[in-house]
Design a protein around this ligand. Structure first.
Ligand SMILES: Cc1cc2nc3c(=O)[nH]c(=O)nc-3n(C[C@H](O)[C@H](O)[C@H](O)COP(=O)(O)OP(=O)(O)OC[C@H]3O[C@@H](n4cnc5c(N)ncnc54)[C@H](O)[C@@H]3O)c2cc1C
Length: 418
């Protein structure tokens, strides 16, 4: 089923042009080919090499079309091969991309590579950009972001234990990470390390540094792909860094800038993830309504049952509220205003709303809803995971309350128009 995307009169011509050209490629080239693009397994689960080769060729053809349309790598400046979209333009694009499975990767914007690219653009030296950023943008390399640890709280990143100590012109890294996404495929990791001097002044946010570590460096030991959601393995890897030596020039930004760099990465990432969720909510919604209009139960169409009509109304409200919150936040970020409270608000609200919408769509589809024939089961796991990843709900709620209360204690109310 194709997406119904029309120009929105209140938006600028540029945003409508991005929306319409993105939708044209997704509707014509990606949605009808989802099976060919991503499923090249035989009925017994083994890889069908012929189908796999055909899928790789098709992906390259679509990527060429995306580049030709000037839509490749929307998050990056043109000088690094991107199409340099603002937050709002990118948010609208993501809503459309996320409707189709894997479309984002065909537009050159897929986590964790996209976040790493942004960090390299902002903090990388010219040499680092040449060595790591350009091959990453061109799709010749893959990367991971290695921050979370099994033995310290990911929701309090200032508690990380992995250390980097300077020895001559090298950094020596020791630590234990897990949930480093893309771990098996990555050619290098950006590793968050503690570089504070225990004897030095205590600066709360200046104790960490991000360091580029090529995966083939001795001492980078991938222990396993952490099994998630009942699967025996995954691409979210557990890694031990044991006396890993990398040149001092692999440091990203100045010593102690690691926390700020992580916040830069995650702030924008949260908006993009939430707009992806909106796109996936629309797909779930379309699937739900399609089923309601065709499935007969107990002598009538599901669409005629009031329980089911409640699902439609509640889902519509969930999607539109999520969408407006995300769009408003992206607009604020484009204007340069402080959007931290809004980012936390959408990071709590949208995954929960997404979870509710997918849950209803699964219910409507019955057994088929949890099967691999529809994207809903995968969405369900994704929605639940989002409530933990990029900061759990509770941490964001604490931030919202802190920021709001501070406004009041500063003698200001909350600015309703803001
Ligand atoms: C699929 C997936 C992919 C991921 N990819 C990456 C990646 O590529 N790189 C990476 O570095 N990490 C990654 N992560 C890790 C993710 O960012 C962390 O799981 C997240 O930050 C939470 O950290 P934690 O798991 O250590 O939970 P903890 O910090 O132990 O928190 C556990 C729970 O405690 C509660 N809590 C926390 N703080 C408070 C508080 N102040 N008050 C009340 N309750 C609180 C919350 O409910 C929270 O869920 C990924 C995670 C998943 C699931």
């Amino acid at each position: 089923m194709a997406m119904n995307v029309q120009p929105i009169p209140s938006l600028s011509d540029r945003i409508n042009q991005v929306r319409m050209s993105t939708a044209a490629i997704v509707n014509e080239d990606i949605l009808p080919n989802e099976t060919k693009l991503w499923r090249f397994h035989a009925a017994d689960g083994s890889v069908d090499e012929e189908k796999k080769a055909a899928s790789v060729e098709l992906r390259e053809q679509i990527k060429a079309k995306v580049r030709e349309a000037g839509l490749w790598a929307p998050h990056l400046p043109e000088e690094y091969g991107g199409s340099n979209l603002g937050f709002l333009e990118h948010a609208y694009m993501n809503e459309i991309l996320a409707y189709s499975i894997g479309a984002a990767s065909l537009f050159g914007v897929v986590a964790p590579n996209s976040g790493n690219q942004k960090i390299l653009v902002k903090y990388g030296t010219e040499e680092q950009k040449k060595k790591w950023l350009i091959p990453l943008v061109e799709g010749k390399m893959e990367s991971g972001f290695s921050m979370t640890e099994p033995d310290s709280a990911g929701s309090d990143p200032r508690s990380i234990k992995t250390t980097a100590r300077k020895e001559g012109d090298e950094w020596v890294i020791n630590g234990h990470k897990w949930f480093t996404s893309n771990g098996w495929r990555a050619d290098f990791f950006i590793v968050m390390c503690r570089t504070d001097d225990p004897e030095g002044p205590a600066e709360k946010n200046g104790k960490m540094t991000q360091i580029i570590v090529p995966k083939d460096t001795p001492g980078v030991n991938i222990l396993r792909g952490v099994p998630i959601w009942g699967r025996p393995s995954s691409d979210h890897c557990e890694i031990k860094y044991e006396d890993v030596r990398v040149p001092a020039e692999n440091q990203l930004g100045r010593t102690g800038s690691g926390h700020a760099a992580a916040q830069d990465r995650l702030g924008a990432g949260r908006v993009y993830h939430c707009m992806n969720s909106v796109g996936q909510m629309w797909r779930s919604f379309d699937l739900m309504v399609q089923r309601l209009r065709t499935r007969e139960v107990h002598g009538g169409l599901l669409a005629d049952k009031q329980f089911m009509q409640g699902f439609v109304a509640d889902s519509y409200i969930d999607i539109q509220t999520s969408r407006l919150l995300t769009i408003q936040t992206a607009e604020k970020m484009d204007s340069g205003a402080d959007a931290r409270t809004d980012i936390s608000a959408l990071k709590v609200y949208v995954p929960e709303a997404y979870h509710r919408v997918v849950d209803r769509a699964i219910q409507v589809w019955g057994a088929a809803g949890v099967s691999g024939d529809l994207p809903l089961a995968g969405y369900y796991q994704g929605a639940r995971t989002l409530r933990l990843a990029d900061g759990p709900d509770e941490v964001h709620k604490i931030l919202i309350a802190k920021n709001v209360l501070k406004h009041y204690s500063d003698g200001l109310g909350w600015d309703f128009g803001n």
